[in-house]
Design a protein around this ligand. Structure first.
Ligand SMILES: [Zn+2]
Length: 289
């Protein structure tokens, strides 16, 4: 029998010298949880972001069979969006690819992250003629995607799905990057609610939320094929990362850090010859004389 050791750093280890019957172990663990402190709640989550932890990003692919893509996948996210790798794609007639509508939403504590879930039809984005319907939005700090090697301070992921005839979903995610500066108005609205769901799986209704407050405009965006950035690291995700860098205050990111995890960004993954496109709006033609 092996005993799991939970360190205050969030690391989980095995004590091979201490045979402990399973039942006793679970009882002693419960007792330990309720009496010992401090320990970060992340120790009890299925995966984490501490590189020194056995549940850290480099081990995700080994933790569960269903998560093997995290280790073996060849089109994983996030990646560095490097200018010298992009293919420029001019678009006529504007870049607006989203049509969102206000809808009832909840916020949910997912352990490492906080997520806004829309509970009805909150609109969709259109990619190559396919509609992907808005499901949820969540944040990573610092940002997961980098641009020319620069890592920003926060990244919002807006997740959309398109139901397929075979019962599966296709997923498209929009990434929005933030650097420290003025507060983000969307987060300012949610600030108090995020603190009122202290335990994992706590959820509360936040009334009607207009998703278009997250994305008001886009002049250029990157697009590439990647994966979910957390287990199960499912591939085949269409990524759109807005080139515009928005701002968030240090206080807003600190709220996340204090309530959830010190950080929750997956390290960069190999690009492996993938194409990255940079879409931009074609300037209007000058009058011809
Ligand atoms: Zn994400």
């Amino acid at each position: 029998m092996l005993k799991l050791l939970f360190y205050s750093s969030g690391r989980v280890g095995l004590d091979t010298n201490m045979p402990t019957p399973d039942a006793k172990f679970s009882v002693s663990l419960q007792a330990w949880c309720s009496t010992s402190s401090p320990v970060h709640v992340g120790s009890f989550l299925e995966f984490g972001y501490d590189k020194k932890s056995a549940k850290g990003p480099q081990h995700w692919g080994d933790l569960k069979e269903e998560w093997s893509a995290c280790k073996k996948g060849k089109t994983q996210s996030p990646i560095d969006l490097s200018t010298n790798r992009v293919e420029l794609i001019p678009k006529l007639g504007g870049l607006k690819y989203w049509s969102y509508k206000p809808q009832h939403a909840t916020v949910r504590n997912m352990g490492n992250i906080v997520q806004v879930n829309w509970v009805g039809d909150a609109g969709s984005i259109e990619i190559n003629g396919t509609h992907f319907f808005l499901q949820n939005a969540h944040w990573h700090w610092p940002a997961e995607h980098t641009i020319n090697g620069r890592r920003y301070d926060l990244e919002l992921h807006i997740v959309h799905v398109s139901p397929q005839p075979d019962g599966t979903n296709k997923t498209a995610v929009i990434g929005v990057l933030y650097k420290y500066g003025s507060p983000d108005p969307f987060l300012s609205k949610l600030g108090k609610d995020i603190l009122e769901i202290p335990e994992k799986d706590d959820e509360k209704s936040v009334g009607v939320i207009d998703p278009s407050e997250m994305m008001r405009g886009s002049k250029m965006y990157y697009r590439y094929m990647g994966s979910l950035t957390a287990p199960p690291c499912t591939q085949g995700i269409i990524w759109t990362v807005d080139k515009k860098i928005r701002t968030v205050s240090r206080g807003q990111v600190k709220l996340f850090k204090d309530a959830y995890a010190k950080e929750n960004a997956r390290p960069l993954q190999p690009i492996n010859q993938r194409e990255i496109q940079l879409y931009f709006q074609m300037p209007k033609n000058k009058p011809q004389y």
